[in-house]
Design a protein around this ligand. Structure first.
Ligand code: ZN
Length: 326
């Protein structure tokens, strides 16, 4: 059976919107029954076919909430909506829900599941009229809450089985040692900064944490009970979390970056917001879908993960292999 037949069988047609230059816009839409749901896409221009909903899995910019958030058809968790507002200084015009609750979207019951990737990140799941269970994960750190499904639409940030960079463990011990002796951590303001703060508190450290203005605003909003926090220049302790590019401006005994970027002149501590390749495979095994569509980030890793799943006998395509468009 070809991949096309599988999607026909499942009653779900993946398609992509083409932008003015004729190239596909990120990421994809799913047509099923009478519905058209767009997933982590930018807004369709007025003249173009309009989806029934823009599902926004989380507030990272490569998932296009900045564009979708000003549509009343946007659907995002409360935390994702607030993070988008703080990050982009514009009003979120769509609908919100508490993570883990069910929501009616275009008269269809859509369930939501925490994925532990950022505060407020969710997977969306629903069942079509022919009984196909669809699950769209967004980015995932923790797949424990995710249900079984028939069609899995998922990420591949570390999905290439042949790339050694896709296999890693988080260095929680190294992070804990650094917290104990006092340090300044370079972390992206949304996502990684809140992961660092959660870990600092989980380690039992109650000291004040100094932060740059954007990280501070986001963390106070998304983790209100995890203080005390202060602006980095007013912080009396040697414990700070700032963006990687502000790291050089802070005076601190020890400085580390919590990103995978190797172009920064600071020691790296590996703390990832993602599953590595082994984790992704364990997730697929648990969800045990009939077919998989690997959608983010578009390119080699998604292609390689789809290829790997096909080799294991699962019907699987990457977002670049979607042929239908609008
Ligand atoms: Zn992300």
């Amino acid at each position: 059976m070809t991949e096309d037949d599988i999607f026909k069988d499942l009653g779900v047609r993946p398609l992509r919107r083409l932008n003015k230059s004729g190239r596909p816009a990120p990421h994809l839409s799913l047509r099923f029954d009478s519905h058209l749901f767009s997933i982590d896409t930018s807004r369709s221009p007025k003249k173009s076919i309009q989806p029934d909903a823009y599902l926004v899995t989380h507030a990272h910019s490569d998932h296009y909430g900045k564009s979708a958030m000003i549509s009343p058809k946007a659907v995002a968790s409360r935390e994702t909506a607030r993070a988008l507002e703080i990050r982009h200084e514009r009003r979120y015009e769509g609908r919100t829900f508490p993570v883990g609750e069910e929501i009616l979207v275009d008269e269809l019951e859509v369930k939501t599941y925490s994925t532990g990737h950022t505060i407020g990140s969710v997977a969306f799941g629903w069942e079509t009229e022919v009984g196909t269970r669809v699950l769209v994960t967004g980015d995932v750190k923790n797949y424990e809450n995710l249900p079984k499904c028939d069609l899995l639409v998922t990420e591949a940030n570390y999905g290439d089985p042949w790339d050694p960079a896709c296999r890693f463990e988080d260095d929680i011990v190294g992070f804990g040692d650094a917290v104990e002796s006092g340090a300044t951590f370079g972390a992206y303001a949304f996502g990684k900064a809140q992961r660092a703060v959660s870990l600092i508190r989980a380690l039992g450290c109650k000291e004040e944490i100094g932060m740059d203005p954007k990280s501070l605003a986001l963390t106070k909003e998304l983790l209100p009970d995890f203080g005390p926090f202060s602006p980095v220049e007013e912080n009396g302790t040697d414990l700070n979390v700032v963006t990687p590019w502000e790291l050089s401006t802070v005076s601190s005994k020890r400085k580390y970056v919590l990103t995978g970027r190797s172009d920064l002149p600071f020691t790296q501590i590996r703390i990832s917001d993602h599953l590595d390749f082994k984790g992704l495979m364990r997730m697929v095994e648990k969800i045990s879908p009939e077919a998989a569509l690997i959608y983010h980030p578009e390119g080699r890793r998604a292609n390689m993960m789809a290829h790997h799943l096909r080799e294991l006998g699962m019907a699987s395509i990457s977002v670049s292999q979607i042929e239908d468009s609008f």
